[in-house]
Design a protein around this ligand. Sequence first.
Ligand SMILES: CC(C)(COP(=O)(O)OP(=O)(O)OC[C@H]1O[C@@H](n2cnc3c(N)ncnc32)[C@H](O)[C@@H]1OP(=O)(O)O)[C@@H](O)C(=O)NCCC(=O)NCCS
Length: 208
Amino acid sequence: MFKDAIRQIMEGAVLHSIGPNGTPSESYYIARFKTLREPLGFPISAAKLPDDKQAIHAWVEENNKPVSVGRIHLIPEDSSGSCSDTSDANSTSCPDFLPLNQEGCIDSLGNILPNFNSIRPAVQIRQMGTIIGYQRKGYASLVLNELEKSAVKLWGSCTGLLQARRAAIPFYESQGWVSFGEEYMIDGIGPHISMWKPLTNNSQKGGE
Ligand SMILES: CC(C)(COP(=O)(O)OP(=O)(O)OC[C@H]1O[C@@H](n2cnc3c(N)ncnc32)[C@H](O)[C@@H]1OP(=O)(O)O)[C@@H](O)C(=O)NCCC(=O)NCCS
């Protein structure tokens, strides 16, 4: 488990990371709610995920307030990635990642994804959001880079997977993630595309 690792990144902005088995503050979940849930009309209870304890969380604070957040978790060996979107009983479900079961998946740049026998450990990025007014300051990039680095430190070289909302695709592309497969709908949230990135010691900014 990583304790809360704190780094001063620029005047007034601080990058934090914690977990697995760490507990981010309520203000972290409020930032998640404001960026990802409130705009879609979800209640505050939808801000927490059932497996938040198993995830690594990273966030940027300005003036001690989280303004950009995200998490990464190891996809369990017996799972292909599908999971409930929130802890709420009537939560919508996010689908499996096909490459965890199927060989020969090709990404939008023509690369063949690793075979399902060699694609694990596989990790998933979820719940990335930057509060309006703090966007385009590089904060989500810092959060994502920190999550990728922490995952490699804890789980070794691994395959990163995520399900991106349409509007977030350019952000993930700017960080070296590549889309694959057809677009699909997640009920109550909207159209998504899956993306991937091989994560190694050298694949992040500041990696060894
Ligand atoms: C996607 C999101 C997390 C990006 O956060 P951010 O802190 O603004 O991202 P960054 O400042 O680190 O952006 C890094 C780069 O990504 C790209 N990028 C980010 N937002 C973009 C946008 N709206 N359109 C096009 N490119 C974008 C740019 O290349 C940017 O670099 P630049 O500002 O120097 O041009 C933020 O827009 C957000 O919270 N959106 C709503 C919630 C959401 O959709 N989350 C993702 C769910 S899958």
